[in-house]
Design a protein around this ligand. Sequence first.
Ligand SMILES: NC(=O)C1=CN([C@@H]2O[C@H](COP(=O)(O)OP(=O)(O)OC[C@H]3O[C@@H](n4cnc5c(N)ncnc54)[C@H](OP(=O)(O)O)[C@@H]3O)[C@@H](O)[C@H]2O)C=CC1
Length: 601
Amino acid sequence: MTTSFQDAATTEELDVDALRARYAAERDRRIRPDGATQYRRAAGSFGYYATDPYTPRAERDPLTDSVEVLVIGGGFGGLVTGARLREAGVENLRMMDEAGDFGGTWYWNRYPGIHCDIQSYVYMPLLEEVGSVPEWRYAPGEEIRQHAVAIARKFDLYRDAVFHTRVTTLVWDEAAAQWVVQTDRGDRMRARFVITSSGTLTEPKLPGIPGIETFRGHTFHTSRWDYGYTEGDQFGGLTGLADKRVAVVGTGATGVQVIPFVARDAEHLFVFQRTPSSVDVRDNQPTDPAWAASLRPGWQQERMDNFLSVVSGEPVEEDLTGDGWTSTAQLQRKVISGAVDLSVSDEERERIDELVDLAKMNEIRARVDQVVTDPATAELLKPWYRYMCKRPTFSDVYLPTFNRPNVTLVDTADLGGITRMTETSVVVGDVEHEVDCVIFATGFEVGVSGVMSGTMPVRGRGGRMLLDAWSRGPRTLHGFYSNGFPNLFHLGAVQNANSVNFVHVLQEQAEHIAAVIAESRAVGARYVEPSERAESDWARTIQDTAHDHSTFQAECTPGYYNREGAGVGGSFSYGPGPVAFHRLLREWRAHELNDVLVTAQ
Ligand SMILES: NC(=O)C1=CN([C@@H]2O[C@H](COP(=O)(O)OP(=O)(O)OC[C@H]3O[C@@H](n4cnc5c(N)ncnc54)[C@H](OP(=O)(O)O)[C@@H]3O)[C@@H](O)[C@H]2O)C=CC1
C-alpha cells in the first residue's frame, strides 16, 4: 500500500475499504450518548475557569451617553471594522469588549507555545497599514496580540473604548432611530449603528468529568493561563512546574501547541488523549529580512487573495504560501484539472477527494512512526479519520515530546474520556494518576455569538425579538443585517462564506459594513435595513447553493465540527465559496447598495 501523498490520488494501491472500515470503527467507539451535553460551562461554581487573569477590572461609572457607532468585540473583526470606519471619517465611535484589552482570541489565549496556524503574512490583518512585517512565518501569540494593540493605536480606537463590559440587551428606539444598549456594568447608552463581532470560540468549555469539583490541586483552562503558578511566559521557562506532576486534558489544536512546553519544564506530564490530532510539518522560520525589504505596496492583499483562492480551489498561477494548507488544496485542484477532465461529475470529484484525503492521512500516520520511538505510543497517536474532520495541526515539536522519559500518554478513547477525578488524581478506568495540577485544553463553547445564543437579546422594531424573527433559521441579507432590525450589523459565519483564514473573511465583512455605513452617512439615510424580499432572496440563494456536508460530518469522529457526532444541520454557507462571495459583495456595493438605505419614514 502506498503512503505517498503525491501519487496516491491516481493510484489504485490505497486499501480504501480497509481504511473506511477503520475510520468507521474509530468513530463508533468514541460516540457518547450524551453528545454535546457532556460538557459544562465555565460559569457558576466553575466561573473561576473564565475569570480574566491578565488585567484587573477597573471600576467606572455607568455610561449614559450616545455614540454614532458601537462596535461590540475587540478582536480582529471589530478592529478592522473600527479602522475602516475611522478611515471613512467616523469620529464618534466606541469599541466594547468583555476582555480587558483588544485582541479577542489572542487576548484570552496566551498559553506557552501559542502561534497562529495560518501563515502570519496572510493571517495578521492590516500589516501594511500598521507598517510591520511579522518576525516569524507563523507568529507567536504575543506578537499577534501586540499587533492587535498596534491596530487600535494606529486608528485611535482606544479613545472611548470600554473593556470588561458585556452587552446584556439591545433595544431599538424607533422614535430616536437609535439602539439602547444595556450592559453588565450598569450602562444604558445609545448608539445609532451597532456592529456585533463577538466571536464564536470565546467561552472556555470544561468536560463534565464526575468528581471534577472535588479536585484540590491547582487547575485552570488554557485560555486563562496561570503564569502566577507556572512562572515563565509564552516562550517557556515554566519553572513553577519543575517539581509538579501535571495533567493536560485534550489534544486538539491547543493541546498540540502547549504540550511540548509543559513537557519541557514539568517534573512529569500526563497527557490525557481521547482523539489524536493530525500533526503535519510546521517548518516555522524567521522572516527573511531581504524578502521583507523587497515587498511592494499591496503585497499583503495579494498574498491574502492568493491564499484564499488556493484553499478555496480557485485557479491561481502560483501558490505564494506553499504550506500544508495550500499543498493539500493544490493537489486536489491539480488532480482535477490534470489527471481528470474538469467536467467530472460530483461523484467522481468526491472519489478523488477521498483518495487524496486517505493518502494525506497515511502520510500523517507514517510521520508518527518515523518520530515516536515506542511503537505502542506511536499507535495511539495516529489519527484515523478524514483530514478535515478536525482542525488539522502543524508542529515539529509535538510528536518528539512523547519520546521524553517524563511524559506519559494516557489513552481514554474507549472510555469516552477521563473516568473521574478525585481530590488528588485523574482516573482512567481503574488507574489513578496522582497529579498536582490539571490543565484543561478542552476547547470552547462553540459557534455562537451572543446574538445567536440569546445571551445578548436583541429587540428590534415593534419590540420583536431577533431570535423569534429567526426561529426558522437566520434571515439576513448577505449575513449582515435583517429586516426589522435597522442599523444593526453582524460579523461572523452566518449566511455568508467561510474559510480556514477566518480573519481574511472578517476583514472583507468589516470593509463591506464600513462602506455601507459610510454611504448611509453620505446620503443622510435614516436607516440601513434590507427589505423582506431581499432577505428571502438571499435565504433562497444560500439554500440553492449550499453544499451538503452532512454525510461527510456524520462519518467523522466526534468533535465540535459535527456537534459531537450528531452531524450538522443544513449548511448556512454560500456555496460558490468566499472568493465568489467577496466578488458578489463588491458588485452589490457598486450597483445595489442604495437598496438598503432608507431615507424617509
Ligand atoms: N490558530 C491556531 O493556531 C489555533 C487555533 N485554535 C482554534 O481553536 C479551536 C479549538 O481548539 P482546542 O482549544 O484545541 O479545542 P478542541 O475542542 O479542538 O479540543 C478539545 C480537546 O479536549 C478533548 N476532550 C474533551 N473532553 C474530554 C474528556 N472528557 N476527556 C479527555 N479529553 C477530552 C477533546 O477530545 P476529542 O477530540 O475526543 O473530543 C479534544 O482533544 C480549534 O479548532 C481552532 O479553530 C486553537 C489553537 C491554536
